[in-house]
Design a protein around this ligand. Structure first.
Ligand code: 5GP
Length: 183
């Protein structure tokens, strides 16, 4: 679906699918160059990163392998709690591998901080992070994010893999959810 299909539920469109596609091509070129000559393992964080993983990996000109983790930060609604539980672990042994975590959005950074810490203990050759969207508060966390798609305002956004109550992930664009939907 496109923003026009649910204009009632969006108070603002932040990034169109075209802008997202264009930015991913730029990031992929940077990643191709940074990882030249090295085997790259992309680790996607389910469910939100499904879209960015699919599009980023296909924009790369080099080979990569992919694996997935599912984690849940307890609680629902529009705030993340920072208490993280692994729902699905990697199927690959990442020791000695060059790992790039692919995330949909970084808000407080608590989820990612946990994930990086957890994966570092498995002794990868290197570990870096790519996030499609980053909110201002994330800047205050101790997580180093090497690749950022877009910095966005501190609002609850949906689309391009990001949900509210399980819906809107299949929206191609990214926009701000109208408060009337959750209030
Ligand atoms: P953090 O731990 O960085 O605060 O939050 C990370 C997780 O919270 C994201 O992976 C995502 O699941 C959820 N999240 C944070 N901000 C938003 C947002 O604006 N929209 C949606 N749909 N999810 C968000």
């Amino acid at each position: 679906m496109d923003a026009a299909d649910l204009s009632q539920d969006l108070s603002e469109v932040l990034h169109t699918r075209e802008a997202i596609d264009q930015r991913l091509v730029e990031l992929a070129a940077q990643i191709d160059s940074d990882y030249a000559g090295r085997d790259l393992l992309l680790v996607g964080v389910l469910n939100g990163a499904v879209m960015v993983m699919a599009d980023l990996s296909r924009s790369l000109k080099s080979h990569c392998t992919m694996d997935w983790m599912a984690i849940s930060s307890y609680g629902s609604g529009t705030k993340s709690s920072g208490v993280v539980r692994i729902l699905k672990d990697l199927t690959t042994d990442i020791s000695g591998k060059h790992v790039l975590i692919v995330e949909d959005i970084l808000d407080t950074g608590l989820t990612l901080s946990y994930l990086v810490h957890n994966l570092k203990s498995r002794e990868p050759a290197s570990i870096e992070v790519m996030t499609m969207f980053r909110k201002p508060e994330a800047a205050t966390t101790d997580v180093d994010v090497k690749y950022v798609g877009f910095d966005i305002p501190n609002k609850f956004v949906i689309g391009y893999g990001l949900d509210y109550a399980g819906r809107y992930r299949n929206l191609r664009d990214v926009g701000v959810l109208s408060p009337h939907v959750y209030e």
